[in-house]
Design a protein around this ligand. Structure first.
Ligand code: PLP
Length: 344
């Protein structure tokens, strides 16, 4: 959103350190120790380093299977977890992600997510959150586990607590911290490297494979990626998470104002610096306004604001965490102008 961040120069590593990949390097040790110390959960942890989100999730699948000796997974409808063969099986976002790819990894069952705005029961989850969550739990327990998924064979439940989250973006280092849950396994990527490819799978130490060779890769833990991630974490801890918390009320207030003014906005949701607005043709029927959403993206871009569509008719606002209040206000003004132009 608006101007790019002026991220401070990354110190080291030297060229000869970047080249080596099959040996440990000090940056790798520093990074896994740091991740283990900041991840939620009052238990000992280990971290496996890789190069992308899908790889981080592939490792999570293997750790869960290995440690539980079970094969089944429960994932949520609407989720995106990657596009390699294993993670594609967990992804249930768009049919195109699986087109011509069946059979996917067997043993994955999808269930509805307690999405407060759109869920199969048409419950207003903002008004009745407990009712919605209970319906989902009832579905899992009384249908899935009661009829066709043996609970004792489930290796894991995979969830992204806030879609579009990134480290620090929701106002906490890990979005799951908003919910007081300490997962056995946490996958990280993308935001962790601040633009440099990296993936990380943090898990309870007692889930480890225990023997070498079950899982590994070549470039995971390379010095460059580790230094980038250490720098990102340092920046997050020293001002950027606070910045996300500080700017949350501005986004909340301005987007709520836009909701009040423009009927085309059906829903506004978010935390910190992770926001989405959903465009609808009619607030009652919630018919997707995909074309209108696409036009808003274009109109905003013409005025210098880059936004991204997500889902059928939502727009995600994920500004750089370094954005300041003035820049945020400019971005929100441009967004409103773009919406105004589209609704006429
Ligand atoms: C939640 C989530 N999981 C997994 C992935 C896959 O990550 P990658 O593209 O790095 O493989 C993404 C990428 O968009 C993602 O947002």
């Amino acid at each position: 959103m608006v101007k790019g961040p002026q991220v401070k120069e990354i110190p080291g590593p030297k060229a000869r350190e970047v080249i080596g990949t099959d040996y440990y390097n000090p940056y790798q040790v520093a990074l896994v120790e740091k991740l283990d110390s900041i991840a939620p959960g009052d238990f000992e942890k280990k971290t496996f380093l890789s190069n992308s989100g899908t790889e981080a999730n592939e490792a999570a699948i293997k750790i869960a299977k290995w440690s539980t000796q079970r094969k089944l997974f429960i994932a949520f409808i609407g989720a995106f977890h990657g596009r390699t063969h294993g993670t594609m099986s967990l992804t249930a976002s768009k049919p195109v992600h699986r087109s011509r790819m069946f059979p996917t990894m067997p043993g994955v069952e999808h269930v509805p997510y307690p999405n407060p705005y759109r869920n199969p029961w048409h419950i207003d989850g903002y008004e009745e959150p407990d009712e919605l969550v209970n319906r989902v739990l009832e579905y899992i327990e009384d249908y899935l586990l009661a009829h066709y998924v043996p609970p004792e064979e489930v290796a894991g439940v995979i969830a992204e607590p806030i879609q579009g989250e990134g480290m620090g973006r929701t106002g906490k280092m890990f979005a799951i911290e908003h919910f007081g849950v300490a997962p056995d396994i946490i996958s990280l990527a993308k935001a962790l490297g601040g633009g440099v490819p990296i993936g990380a799978t943090i898990f309870r130490k007692d889930l480890d494979f225990g023997i070498s060779g079950v899982h590994s890769n070549t470039y995971g833990g390379n010095a460059l990626a580790c230094v980038a991630a250490l720098t990102v974490i340092d920046e997050l801890e020293n001002g950027l998470i606070e910045n996300a918390q500080k700017l949350e009320p501005l986004f909340k207030e301005r987007l709520q104002e836009m909701y009040d003014k423009y009927e085309i906005i059906g829903d506004v949701r978010g935390l910190g610096l992770a926001w989405a607005i959903e465009f609808v043709k009619d607030r009652k029927t919630k018919e997707y306004a995909s074309n209108e959403r696409n036009k808003v993206v274009v109109e905003a871009l013409k005025r210098g604001l880059a936004t991204l569509g997500c889902g059928k008719s939502a727009l995600r606002l994920i500004p750089p965490l370094t954005i300041d209040e003035e820049e945020a206000k400019i971005g929100l003004d441009i967004l409103e102008e773009a919406i105004k132009t589209v609704v006429g």
